[in-house]
Write a protein that binds this ligand. Structure first.
Ligand code: SF4
Ligand code: SF4
Length: 61
């Protein structure tokens, strides 16, 4: 299982992580991108690569 943290100070709410994630881990809620479904993360790193401001950190827990 993975711990996914979005640094809200860096996140521009571009939505790229929501679009790229094959497992629908992220969603938009009340104007913020949130980690809605971390248990489905396969650590493919696509979201990390797509996130231009490097707001996403994924670590194994
Ligand atoms: S890709 Fe990065 S900057 Fe864009 S919404 Fe996701 S976390 Fe925020
Ligand atoms: S690492 Fe892959 S599966 Fe996990 S949240 Fe990012 S895009 Fe989704």
């Amino acid at each position: 299982m993975y711990l996914i943290v979005i640094d809200e100070k860096k996140c521009t709410i571009c939505g790229e992580c929501i679009n790229i994630c094959p497992n629908e881990v992220y969603k938009l809620e009340a104007g913020h991108v949130i980690v809605a479904n971390a248990t489905d993360c396969s650590n493919c790193q696509s979201c990390v690569s797509m996130c231009e401001p490097q707001a996403i950190t994924i670590s194994e827990v």
